[in-house]
Design a protein around this ligand. Structure first.
Ligand code: ATP
Length: 259
């Protein structure tokens, strides 16, 4: 069994099947992409993996353990870290304090001897934010603010890192640097699961991709295999039935085509 494994996960909201029997996996050392048009069910799956929402049916396994009924905070302690589609940082705190508070929380729960200053400095360096350490987080441009959120997720020392559209709001240089950072994190042994609409970032950063469409897993493979997959092309280009916002919705540059 994979390090992260969802087994036949389904989620029904009223009359909507947001997910229908979805089984996906992620392994340490790899950046795995979870892609699909708007409304495909990606964030819902993240919510189920992290424990924010219980699935209608199916299971989530982490390192061979069924965690489907385990609470959000216990899953965090087991090593599931996450960033959100809409930035979730403490805006009035400095960049350093955003990371420091999470290191402090981890010290409390892990009951380990953690040198808070050393650990905070190491994370600031890891995400390249040393020069902004004293700056209030809400004064940062989006690209740097996303790194604060990533740093805070890393401060929980995750084994599995779920990233929900970390590339949105990043310029080309920031996106490229972010892709390299993801590769480094995977090399350190993290299992990274990336939800992202920026196909350039996805194709460069991920070694394996899984594609959701209308709550169904429609394809899984290398970026090259996914790029050549006709069903995926149809889902993105809306050949049969246009998925909501696939190519026409403003602000989704790149979402409608596979480079
Ligand atoms: P995007 O790329 O736009 O973020 P997504 O792939 O993350 O989309 P989800 O946000 O998971 O998709 O939504 C999947 C489906 O479930 C959509 O039809 C959405 O409207 C519906 N949905 C999600 N959350 C809820 C909820 N709390 N109540 C009702 N329907 C919901």
């Amino acid at each position: 069994m994979a390090f992260l494994q969802t087994h036949e996960v389904s989620m029904r909201f009223g009359g909507i099947d947001a997910l229908n029997g979805v089984s996906i996996s992620a392994e340490p050392g790899l950046v795995t992409g979870l892609i699909g048009p708007n409304g495909a069910g990606k964030t819902t799956l993240f919510n189920i993996i992290t424990g924010l929402q219980p699935p209608t049916s199916g299971q989530v396994f982490l390192d061979g353990r069924d965690v489907t009924s385990v609470s959000v905070y216990r899953r965090a302690r087991l090593g599931i870290g996450r960033t959100f589609q809409r930035l979730e940082i403490f805006g009035s705190l400095s960049v350093r304090d955003n990371i420091r508070v999470t290191v402090e929380v981890r010290r409390r729960w892990s009951r380990q001897r953690i040198d808070i200053k050393h650990e905070t400095d190491a994370i600031l360096a890891r995400v390249g934010l040393e020069e902004f350490a004293k700056v209030p987080a809400d004064t940062l441009p989006t690209g740097s603010a996303r790194l604060v959120e990533l740093g805070r997720a890393l401060a929980t020392r995750p084994r599995l890192l779920l990233l929900d559209e970390p590339g949105s709001g990043l310029d080309a240089a920031e996106t490229e640097a972010f892709g390299l950072l993801l590769a480094d994190l995977a090399q350190d042994g993290l299992a990274v699961l990336l939800v992202e609409h920026d196909m350039d970032l996805v194709m460069k950063a991920c070694s394996h991709l899984m594609v959701l469409d209308f709550g169904e897993l429609i394809a899984s493979g290398t970026p090259e295999e996914i790029r050549a997959n006709q069903q995926v092309q149809d889902a993105y280009l809306g050949a049969e039935e246009p998925p909501v916002g696939s190519i026409t919705e403003p602000g989704l540059a790149g979402a409608g085509t596979l480079p």
